[in-house]
Design a protein. Structure first.
Length: 73
């Protein structure tokens, strides 16, 4: 259980303060969250508001209308 893991961030040069490391970590986490949010699947738009619903010819009630509703116009 005492396995050592590699650090997520490694300082190569300089001597950053704890505040600077905290600021850097905040920026990295915010960027990762924004990227994950951008990749999230977008909900499909509702077909109730589709343009073709208003373009479709209106059905006319009457004898044989149910049969005619399935025929091409």
């Amino acid at each position: 259980m005492s396995e050592e893991t590699e650090p997520l961030v490694r300082v190569v040069r300089g001597n950053p303060t704890d505040d600077e490391l905290a600021a850097l970590t905040t920026v990295i986490v915010a960027k990762a969250a924004a990227t994950a949010e951008a990749r999230a699947p977008q909900p499909r738009p509702s077909t109730w508001a589709a343009y073709w619903r208003s373009v479709r010819p209106q059905l006319r009630p009457g004898p044989g209308a149910w049969r005619a509703s399935g025929l091409p116009t």
